[in-house]
Design a protein around this ligand. Structure first.
Ligand code: FAD
Length: 471
């Protein structure tokens, strides 16, 4: 008979526990991916849909080599999974667990329905280092602060990744992947920036360890200095597992003892992903409701023109505009700049964090169910382990500190490229003749700042302070 593997955010052949279990069964294995149309499931944004399509195409080829056909369907998973199972007369269904409340609801419904019909349903742990319920505070509660979570996590031992498909099966042919979630036209440009798929992910990891890791602890805050791993979109689609990254980094540290502290720093950042999933699992609705409930009443401003200026990188604050344009062009933005643009939107513009979260959701190739809302809540100061609301980034001084020569700004805001370093983060401070020499006319070739940083900071402090117990 047949074993069905339902793939979701785990589009890889190696270290895929659900696929591995199926392959060990000695039966015919078919993989299924569903473009889900269930109400409880968040439809991936445009950039992520583009990525998904490339990823499924690569996976379909890889799986065929191992004798596994990949079937791609569209519809509510609650109907599709059972229908495909019946068509294939599959007696078992395997999947790797996912952790969002809506996702668990769908999976639980399918699980119980299939069980009733006598189907063997097995769920596996494959997408996080630690299952969210397997780690808790001394008081037996979920963690709400990262540092103790990290301290507890790093004591744990995680099993070694599973090698690629253990069974030799004969090759099957594979159909062209249908992309039923339409990919927006604008997403085509992303192809210039990314190699998608499992082998690209492995290559990126190897290159990161070999060439970038050493500079990571210091360099990771400097957006012009591309030393981070850029593994996020591979992780989001599951082309690489977090466990593979964990062990590869540890093994590297073993072989290169000098790199131990850089590896520790990298792994602590990687652990934020698990922390986000911990929150996604234990909290309801993190993409919609502040984890600190008192902020549900915050009076956000309705300012569509300013929102548009933020989205299109026309705010007149160079580092913000550089970040938003990097996002639009590449589907990615450096972490430091993500923090700055999110702070600028939610504090200086006092625009609802969900507007920003949605824009990121649509534009990021790594748009992630857990990391995106949890990070937005962190920056807005309304999440659990959040930056205190009164710590508001000044994007000009942050730019001067983390992009001191203005290389990042010049790359993404070329109209400012001739400005001297001294003024690159705040053109309004440049004397007329300097602007003229640089070929810049404020309001014309580059906008004036759409908001006064000082006044808007005050306004945010008042709005947040009014709801904060410690105000
Ligand atoms: P590296 O520094 O190389 O880190 C390796 C991996 O560790 C990352 O790929 C990621 O999986 C994890 N990681 C690192 N930093 C963080 C962090 N602060 N929080 C959670 N995980 C982290 N990350 C996403 O994966 N998807 C998102 O949708 C997302 N949205 C964000 C929104 C905002 C407003 C902010 C401030 C951050 C967001 N992040 C998100 C977190 C972080 O910016 C990215 O994970 C990181 O920039 C990806 O680049 P990298 O792979 O080179 O990171």
């Amino acid at each position: 008979s047949t074993v069905l593997v339902w793939l979701r955010n785990d589009l890889r052949v190696a270290d895929n526990p659900a696929l591995d279990a199926a392959l060990r069964s000695d039966e015919r294995v078919v993989a299924l991916f569903v473009h889900e149309a269930d109400k409880a499931i968040r439809v991936p944004g445009g950039a992520a849909r583009w990525w998904l399509h490339q990823s499924l195409t690569a996976l379909g080829k890889d799986l065929a080599e191992s004798g596994v056909a990949l079937q791609v369907e569209t519809g509510p998973a609650t109907e599709v999974v059972d229908r495909v199972r019946r068509e294939l007369e599959a007696g078992s269904v395997h999947w790797n667990r996912r952790y969002g409340p809506g996702q668990r609801e769908v999976d639980a419904a399918i699980h119980s329905e299939l069980r009733k019909k006598g189907v063997n349903v097995v769920s596996h742990a494959g997408n996080v280092l630690i299952e969210p319920w397997d780690i808790e505070t001394g008081q037996g509660r979920p963690y709400s602060v990262f540092t103790p979570f990290w301290k507890a996590l790093k004591q744990r031992h995680f099993a070694r990744p599973l090698p690629r498909s253990p069974m030799e099966k004969s090759k099957v042919s594979t159909d062209e992947i249908d992309s039923d979630y339409t990919q927006p036209k604008w997403a085509g440009k992303l192809a210039q920036h990314w190699n998608v798929g499992e082998s690209a992910a492995q290559q990126r990891l190897a290159q990161f360890l070999e060439h970038r890791l050493e500079d990571y602890p210091k360099g990771r805050d400097y957006p012009a200095w591309a030393v981070t791993s850029q593994l996020s979109a591979h992780l989001r689609s599951g082309e690489i597992s977090v466990r593979q990254i964990w062990h590869a980094a540890r093994t590297f540290a073993h072989a290169h003892p000098d790199s131990a502290s850089a590896v520790e720093k990298f792994l602590s950042e990687l652990a934020w992903r698990d922390f986000s999933y911990h929150q996604l699992y234990h909290r309801d609705d993190i993409d919609n409701s502040p984890m600190q409930a008192k902020y549900a009443d915050l009076k956000w401003r309705h300012a569509p023109m300013q929102l548009k200026a933020w989205q299109t990188g026309q705010t007149g604050i160079p580092i913000i505009d550089a970040g938003m344009r990097e996002l639009w062009e590449t589907g990615y933005m450096h972490n430091r700049v993500r923090m700055l643009v999110a702070s600028f939107l939610t504090k200086n513009l006092l625009i609802d964090w969900r507007e920003g979260e949605h824009w990121f959701w649509d534009c990021l190739v790594d748009a992630d169910d857990a990391n995106n809302p949890a990070s937005w809540q962190w920056v807005a100061g309304i999440g659990l382990d959040a930056a205190p609301y009164f710590r508001i980034f000044n994007p000009v001084t942050q730019g001067e500190r983390f992009d001191p020569e203005g290389d990042y700004v010049r790359r993404w805001v070329p109209e400012l490229s001739a400005l001297p370093d001294k003024f690159i983060h705040d053109p309004s401070r440049a004397p007329e003749n300097v602007l003229e020499q640089a070929g810049i006319t404020l309001d014309d070739s580059y906008p004036r700042a759409i908001v006064d940083l000082k006044d808007s900071r005050r306004r945010a402090l008042d709005a947040f302070g009014a709801l904060s117990a410690d105000a």
